[in-house]
Design a binder for this molecule. Structure first.
Ligand code: AN7
Length: 353
């Protein structure tokens, strides 16, 4: 039964910077499913072992919970009374939930009108103080960095190293389940904390003798928000994948290092390709992720179409957030709305019987 899963801080405590007496602030995060994507593979027409690490199945519906459990655990241990973060939505949802659980005040600073509805609902229901700024995520991040440097509020963005320490556990779980490292790991890149953390996790697992080799890390940005690929800050980032609408990622160097050390890459793909992967996952595999998450699979599809894989490669893509976070994008999917009068006959006509 899944009930004996203690959360990532307890499960991987020997790999984490905590004290023997540290008591985790946990909601049972981690231990998320690694789901084979056989129907996608069939569509691609190549022989791959392709898996989705469905991190949208974390307690607040995104991978942020892995980092937040540790960041909030450590903040509480240090005596913090309040947390603050900037966010494109998921960090604020996670901070709000873990902050509530730890009995801390939570301040979240978000770009006005630019975060998905479900994420805003989470910050509100967990009683965070929601501050919408008339600007970008990048500006919000600068504000909270400045404030936390001079005022008694703990910063829980991924510039806090505890966040990355927690998030690295996704690599451990993938290897524990596969029994070895994958050949490739694809993931979306926004602020670039997750690719930095995942790469750190693989390297640490190899150093501790658990792995023989390391995967190639491939980070995927949206074309309209691809500062790392372009090599310069993007002043007005734009993409349907609002979670990764970031023009100046904090862990820019970490992402470059992960890509170059692993002989991987950072690539940019159009919103059309990201949405194609988003729909394919939902339609062919029954997996509903948010648009930003589908950038990882879009990267896999791009590599497959360009003949970049070898037959039999083991490929993992992280699906970073749950599809229900962003019902509005889901409902913008072309679909027919069928309305009928009550009664069996009209419904049967639709069924074609
Ligand atoms: C679903 O919540 O930056 O490259 O403020 O929500 O580690 O930033 C979210 C990022 C990918 C990118 N997928 O991860 C925030 C925030 C989803 C996300 C990313 C985010 P990073």
């Amino acid at each position: 039964m899944k009930n004996d899963w203690p959360g990532i801080v307890q499960y991987y405590r020997e790999y984490l910077p905590i004290l023997p007496q540290t008591v985790p602030v946990t909601l049972g995060e981690g231990g998320t499913p690694l789901v084979p994507l056989d129907r996608v593979v069939e569509k691609l027409g190549i022989r791959l072992r392709l898996y989705a690490k469905v991190d949208g199945q974390n307690p607040t519906g995104s991978f942020k919970d892995r980092g937040m459990t540790l960041a909030v655990t450590k903040a509480r241990e240090r005596g913090a009374k309040a947390l603050i973060c900037a966010s494109t939505g998921n960090t604020s949802a996670s901070a709000a939930a873990y902050g509530a659980r730890a009995g801390l005040t939570v301040y979240v600073v978000i770009p006005e009108g630019k975060i998905a509805k479900g994420k805003l609902a989470q910050a509100v229901i967990h009683n965070a103080v929601v501050i919408q700024i008339q600007g970008l995520f990048d500006e919000a991040l600068q504000v909270v960095r400045d404030i936390s440097a001079t005022h008694p509020v703990a910063l829980v963005n991924s510039v806090n190293p505890d966040r990355l320490e927690g998030q690295k556990t996704v690599a451990f779980e993938i290897c524990d389940v596969l029994g070895h490292e994958p050949n490739y790991h694809f993931l979306p890149v926004g602020n670039a904390g997750n690719i930095t953390a995942s790469w750190m996790g693989y390297r640490e697992y190899k150093m501790s003798g658990k792995l023989r080799d390391l995967p190639r890390m491939v980070g995927v940005q949206a074309e309209g928000a691809a500062p790392i690929v372009r090599g310069h800050v993007v002043e007005k980032p734009e993409t349907i994948a609002s979670a990764i609408r970031i023009g100046n990622p904090a862990s820019w160097q970490g992402a470059l290092k992960a890509a170059s050390e692993s002989r991987g890459d950072i690539i940019a793909l159009s919103d059309e390709k990201i949405l194609e992967a988003y729909w394919m996952l939902a339609k062919e595999e029954g997996v509903f992720c948010e648009p930003a998450s589908a950038a990882s699979l879009a990267g896999v599809i791009e590599y497959a179409r360009n003949g970049r894989f070898l037959s039999g490669d083991v490929v993992v893509c992280t699906l970073t957030g749950h599809g229900l976070k962003d019902p509005e994008t889901a409902l913008s999917t072309p679909h027919s709305e069928i309305r009928v009068p009550p009664g069996k006959e009209a419904v049967l006509r639709v069924l074609g019987f």
